[in-house]
Design a binder for this molecule. Sequence first.
Ligand code: ADP
Length: 308
Amino acid sequence: MSEIIAKAVDVEVIYGNHAALNKINMQVKKGDIYALVGKNGAGKTTLLRLFTGQNAPDYGHIEMFGKTGAHALNNARKRIGAIIETPAFYPFFSAVQNLEYYRIQRNIEDKSVIERVLKDTGLYEARNKKFKNYSLGMKQRLGIALCLMHDPEFLVLDEPINGLDPAGIVEMRKLMLKLNREKGLTIIISSHILSELANMATCYGFIDNGVILKELTSSELDNIEKNYIKMSTNDNSSVALAIAANVNSSAYVEDDGKYIIIPDIDSSPSEVLSRFVIESGYELYSLEIVKSTLEDYFISLLGGATIE
Ligand code: ADP
């Protein structure tokens, strides 16, 4: 069984009469990239702050590297690197100068850490550029470089992708995978946009209103994320019934009869369906293969709520 890096056991955090976290039980295993996904205000930051020690639970407890209790947790937390709030960098300092400032402040003797973390985060070429001239993606990566300086085993990252453009998202995804696969780092990363964490996370925890609604591995999520066929004909109800009886039992009409939906695309490809409709004497108006996105799943999980 793989080692548990971080664990929340029956955790509650109460603000006034509001439970920001309500009986949370979850764990991050060694080697995971755990995606914590939920709308703004769902409780993501509050949960991550329990792991970093910036908050303490009102009920329940936290375990880090198998340790619990204030003293042992404090020691275990030396093995964590975290970005909960954006770290403060000097705008007129270069990346090297900013990291050097933190190296001295944190009493890290080995000067070579700066070169190492700049290389690891893909910023080495731009090391002498002033921070103020960095793109948002580069600024975020410099924040990660900073939390890699003491060689942590576990990264806790709160919304590091928020606001990045598509190229920045791709860079961040590559960086997470590199740190995870090549450096063996375990990572928990939060976002309010599920698709940002796609192709990166090994497992997902969906949080809403202080409750983990569901946890899934990435392969479980891949099975949910399936394409479906949406078509329209001159008589949708009859065609849906005919398809259900003869081709694919899961066909049904949707949207007040405007469309026929066939969720199971593998067992009835589009050419089979279109031939069946025409050979049965109906007119086929449209047929499209619709990709069901991660976002659709997220919205369905939250009962139709929109994100943001
Ligand atoms: P997320 O990170 O998912 O956006 P948060 O963990 O920041 O959510 O917040 C969860 C809930 O706790 C929200 O309702 C928020 O308003 C509340 N909350 C967070 N921090 C505080 C605080 N210091 N005082 C009072 N309420 C708070």
